[in-house]
Design a binder for this molecule. Structure first.
Ligand code: SF4
Ligand code: SF4
Length: 75
């Protein structure tokens, strides 16, 4: 599936490679939900692909999407 640019995968999980804590928006996520360091993004981000999880966490606000994402992974 195509990425919906909801920004949740750049906010909900912790990203050790960048010292990004759980539930904190990545400093490189732009207001238009794009990666400001796309060409230099870490391997973990490069490997991430949109799938059915993106649909199951859909919600009107980022807070709700992050909550659903973290609940899905028991985080
Ligand atoms: S959670 Fe899925 S739809 Fe949302 S930005 Fe990430 S890959 Fe795209
Ligand atoms: S580096 Fe880019 S792709 Fe990775 S979490 Fe941050 S904004 Fe998202």
């Amino acid at each position: 599936m195509e990425c919906l640019r909801c920004g949740t995968c750049c906010t909900a999980p912790d990203i050790t490679a960048m010292g990004k804590p759980l539930g904190v928006r990545c400093a490189h996520l732009t207001d238009t939900m794009q990666c400001a360091i796309y060409d230099e993004r870490p391997a973990v981000c490069r490997g991430y692909r949109p799938d059915e999880i993106c649909l199951s966490i859909a919600a009107p606000t980022m807070g709700e999407r992050v909550e659903k994402y973290l609940r899905l992974f028991d985080m």
